[in-house]
Design a protein around this ligand. Structure first.
Ligand code: 0X9
Ligand code: ZN
Length: 397
């Protein structure tokens, strides 16, 4: 919060500006939350209070359609023309920039060549190479079960990049421990921690946070409008909790997988059909979410439903996050996990990282001190999921 105010205070009066509105609603039921989720996205919830950071376009929608749920609005001006420097605002430099993440991957590959390989799996809309880290002992790769861990579908959720990068590093540093050693020998572990590098770097450019969510899709002639990458997957695409209006923060794009970033994930999963588990990091609210997200219906198979519930409950013992079916948070269509589960039978979880709840922009910008606790809280759940990759159903057998 402090950093955001600091960053925003640096705006020069000549800079172009746009508003972000921090909106608070009173909504106590999944139905009420979905009413909101149909119009805009929700960023956090605490009891019957729901929080969302929205642009002016979405604020008008709320005022027109849901004035009765609205309880508070705080408007912040963010800069539209910030210069080129891609570094976090003062105090937050510990978070990985795109270049720093790339350098970290190069360093890990250089120092641990027997178990680490840096991978490139596509290019973003603006042409940045999409990087990942593959932890492997390099033998019989495609015949071993795999797990995929992703981060930063959403630009402003920077902690969702730092956690997977640092969890990956911790696994590598612990690779002489029996349990980790055994997992590296018997699994393929893939980390793709910054799926939306254009948006993430735009969000910090000029060392001012902009509360940007989507990718940087533009028509080429006007300012980027962006597509919400977590509404751009194909399962239930176009359904409730997504928008067909480019100005919306939950704009789903013109068709499923219209975006280079989601296309790259699709291709990656298709090429690595040994992947049986996926963990998609987001922030914030401290939640463990599992399919379905686009309907309140439970999974068709009780056995699957039970397996998901048990896994979520087990992981919650470590990070103390709240497990729930994703649609219980709110119904939203076109997210990663509905697609991974429906199309590939991949057991897929969305983690909403810390903080649990914080009024204002602090939820996305919890400060550098939030990084280490979030890594510690989520290291064991990740190791647990790596272990399950050989047979997720073993939790109920
Ligand atoms: O809305 C999202 O894409 C995710 N939350 S966030 O605040 N990080 O944007 C949650 C996706 C979970 N899926 C559904 N609720 N369908
Ligand atoms: Zn998100």
């Amino acid at each position: 919060m402090k950093n955001l105010i600091l960053g925003l205070a640096l705006l020069s009066s000549s800079a172009m500006a746009r508003n972000m509105n921090l909106v608070e609603f009173t909504a106590s039921t999944p139905q009420e939350r979905s009413l909101i989720g149909n119009l805009i996205h929700l960023d956090g919830m605490n009891g019957d209070t729901v929080f969302s950071a929205v642009n002016d376009h979405d604020l008008e929608l709320i005022k027109t359609h849901l004035p009765f749920l609205l309880s508070n609005i705080t408007t912040i001006e963010t800069e539209d023309n910030p210069g080129q420097e891609e570094e976090y605002p003062q105090g937050d430099e510990k978070f990985y920039t795109y270049e720093e993440m790339k350098a970290k991957f190069e360093e890990l590959q250089k120092n641990y060549p027997q178990i680490v390989r840096m991978i490139s799996f596509g290019r973003s809309f603006e042409g940045r190479e999409l990087y990942g880290l593959h932890i492997t002992n390099h033998s019989n790769k495609k015949s071993k079960p795999g797990i995929l861990i992703t981060g930063s579908h959403h630009a402003r959720e920077h902690l969702s990049t730092d956690v997977p990068v640092r969890v990956a590093e911790k696994i590598i540093l612990n690779s002489n421990q029996d349990k980790i050693k055994n997992l590296i020998e018997t699994r393929e572990i893939y980390f793709l921690p910054m799926l939306n590098p254009d948006g993430a770097m735009w969000d910090i450019r000029g060392r001012n946070y902009k509360i940007w969510r989507k990718n940087m899709r533009s028509s080429g002639t006007s300012a980027p409008y962006g597509v919400d990458l977590n509404r751009n997957y194909s399962q239930g695409w176009g359904g409730p909790g997504s928008s067909d209006r480019p100005a919306s923060d939950i704009y789903r794009g013109p068709n499923p997988f219209s975006e280079p970033e989601t296309k790259a994930v699709k291709k990656f999963i298709e090429e690595n059909d040994n992947i049986s588990v996926l963990l998609s990091f987001h922030s914030f609210s401290e939640l463990i979410l599992y399919p379905w997200g686009n309907t309140t219906a439970p999974l068709p198979s009780e056995r699957d439903q039970r397996a998901y519930e048990i896994m979520a409950e087990e992981m919650a013992k470590w990070n103390n996050y709240q497990p729930m079916q994703a649609s219980e948070l709110y119904v939203a269509s076109g997210d990663t996990c509905d697609w991974a589960w429906a199309d590939h039978g991949i057991f897929c979880f969305t983690f909403e990282l810390s903080p649990k709840y914080q009024w204002g922009p602090g939820g996305f910008y919890p400060g550098a001190d939030a990084i280490d606790p979030a890594v510690d809280d989520n290291y064991n759940p990740v190791v647990y999921l790596i272990d399950l990759a050989d047979n997720p159903y073993k939790v109920i057998e």
